[in-house]
Design a protein around this ligand. Structure first.
Ligand code: NI
Length: 178
């Protein structure tokens, strides 16, 4: 396994729409290795999620996992999840909430981002099996954040205002709730 280089804001791959992964490619060693490396990379940099475009692969693959995470100490634990070609639907009431986000491609910045608090996802897992899940709150937020990487968006694009945008040190100093 290897730790991959994470594209930083300004790299065009982060602004491109990602392609669907042809399902017959899921079992290939290339894709399986990519998924392994994405997991390794996410863990190395204490991410809670990573989308393939962030490692220069413009494909709709995301990995999500929360164990004890120093970047997100209050986050609930989420077992490792691999979502390929996800389709997201939102419930009709479309309730939103604002909370802090960061991104491994936007190093050292945090900002408050409005997101839907609930959603449903239809996707494929790393075995090519169809998965359907209902997600809420933190997991729903992470899925929306990673999905945005498939449409060339980063969390900055979703902020209502940039007034909360903070460097990590200032975030810890002035904004973080005790
Ligand atoms: Ni991100």
């Amino acid at each position: 396994m290897s730790i991959l280089k994470v594209a930083q804001l300004g790299h065009p791959v982060l602004r491109k729409a990602a392609d669907l992964l042809p399902l017959e490619e899921i079992p290939s060693s290339r894709v399986q290795r990519l998924i392994e490396n994405m997991v390794e990379t996410m863990r190395e940099y204490d991410g809670v999620g990573l989308a393939a475009p962030q490692v220069h692969e413009s494909k709709q693959i995301m990995v999500i996992e929360v164990q004890k995470n120093p970047r997100y100490p209050g986050a609930p634990e989420i077992p490792l999840m691999v979502l390929i070609n996800p389709r997201i639907t939102f419930p009709p009431e479309k309730k939103m909430a604002e909370d802090w986000e960061g991104c491994l491609s936007v190093t050292d910045l945090r900002g408050k981002v409005p997101r839907h608090i609930q959603l449903e996802v239809q996707a494929y897992d790393r075995a090519g099996k169809e998965v359907n899940l209902v997600a809420s709150l933190f997991l729903a937020r992470v899925i929306q954040h990673e999905y945005d990487h498939f449409v060339g968006k980063v969390f900055l694009d979703r902020m209502k205002s940039l007034k909360t945008l903070s460097y990590l040190a200032e975030y810890h100093r002035y904004w973080e709730e005790a």
